[in-house]
Write a new protein. Structure first.
Length: 353
């Protein structure tokens, strides 16, 4: 959708006018580099409901907790597993994600391969991409039996339950796996713990972290949506940080959802306390009267003054807050003081908020 030329000129001549949503989002997309990203199309499983491939994975480490088990124990268990499945070529896969790098790596037949992924990709996408990459490499080997080792339980669980709304890479993996199996290949999956000194896994992890060759593939919609949502919130936070004279910002400095107060009466009054607008302090704006003043301090009456500054209520502050020196954020912040409304009742202004 594009604005007509006449409207475009009008908005350019009057910068104070708010642009339509479509134009505002176009500018945000352009600033983020979003137009250069290809998104995976929504696809469906191409198998009949009774013929969907059943993928199961082995977990020889299920009885051992990583936090209470020495790495040497896991290494011995892995060696025993390899002894049992010595006829299967081991393939190690791993995905890595940091704030500035996403990659995947595989180790197969003493060879190491790695690919760099778009920064929008999630950890799950990186792990699944590594498994898909491994399956693509398998088709180049003459062996018939392979065992893919992954340290991502979430990726293996996703492969175990494929459905129409599954991660798009899950569907790609299932289809490729079925194709390989139809050619007589036998492929097993096995979960292994990470960071316990299993050589193949350590090599795959290092390869994923140092990948430089870009893997050209469309991105899952869920990853793009999550990244763009985070990007919009970052822009919002930057704008919010510039509001140095905003009363609410001193109480709510970070963009994010705050918990709801269970009682509606309190949930209505609490935002008024946070933004400093109440019937007591702002009624004069509707009636055209002068701003009310504190009779003791001779300053304009304000919520901040009532809660924090006015010495008339020092005894009440000490009684309900255990201190006469209180902070507005401690009283009405993300977790409001449990006695705040009792305090307002005691000083007689609860019904005027």
């Amino acid at each position: 959708m594009t604005l007509p030329i006449g409207l475009g000129r009008l908005y350019n001549a009057r910068p104070s006018n708010v642009l339509p949503f479509c134009e505002r989002i176009k500018r945000s997309l352009a600033d983020s580099g979003f137009p250069n990203v290809q998104i995976c199309p929504i696809d469906f499983i191409s198998f009949a409901p009774w013929d969907v491939p059943q993928i199961s994975f082995q977990n020889p480490f299920s009885e051992f907790h990583k936090s209470t088990t020495a790495p040497a124990v896991f290494q011995q268990l892995f060696c025993y597993h390899r002894l049992q499945f010595s006829a299967y070529v081991p393939i190690f896969t791993d995905g890595s994600k940091t704030s500035s790098h996403v990659g995947c790596g595989i180790v197969v037949a003493q060879e190491i391969f790695s690919r760099k992924l778009h920064n929008m990709c999630s950890v799950l996408t990186a792990e699944l991409m590594a498994i898909l990459f491994a399956l693509e490499k398998i088709s180049c080997f003459h062996n018939q039996k392979f065992c893919i080792y992954s340290d991502s339980m979430s990726a293996l669980e996703a492969l175990s339950h494929p459905h129409d709304r599954a991660h798009p890479l899950v569907l790609d993996i299932v289809c490729l796996l079925r194709n390989l199996q139809s050619r007589g290949l036998e492929i097993l999956f096995c979960w292994i713990p990470s960071q316990v000194g299993i050589n193949g896994n350590e090599s795959a992890d290092a390869a994923a972290k140092s990948a430089t060759i870009y893997f050209e593939r469309p991105l899952p919609y869920s990853d793009v949506k999550k990244w763009f949502s985070h990007h919009i919130k970052s822009l919002w936070q930057e704008l919010w940080d510039q509001q140095t004279r905003n009363k609410l910002r001193t109480i709510h400095p970070l963009i994010g959802m705050w918990p709801i107060v269970p009682m509606r009466t309190f949930d209505v009054k609490l935002p008024r306390l946070r933004i400093g607008h109440s019937r007591l302090t702002h009624k004069h704006l509707l009636s055209g009267e002068r701003c009310p003043a504190c009779t003791t301090c001779q300053v304009d009456l304000a919520i901040h003054h009532i809660l924090v500054e006015c010495p008339v209520f020092n005894n009440h502050r000490f009684r309900f807050f255990n201190s006469v020196s209180v902070n507005i954020r401690d009283l009405v912040g993300e977790h409001p003081h449990p006695q705040i409304f009792t305090f307002l009742n005691a000083i007689g202004i609860f019904n005027f908020i």
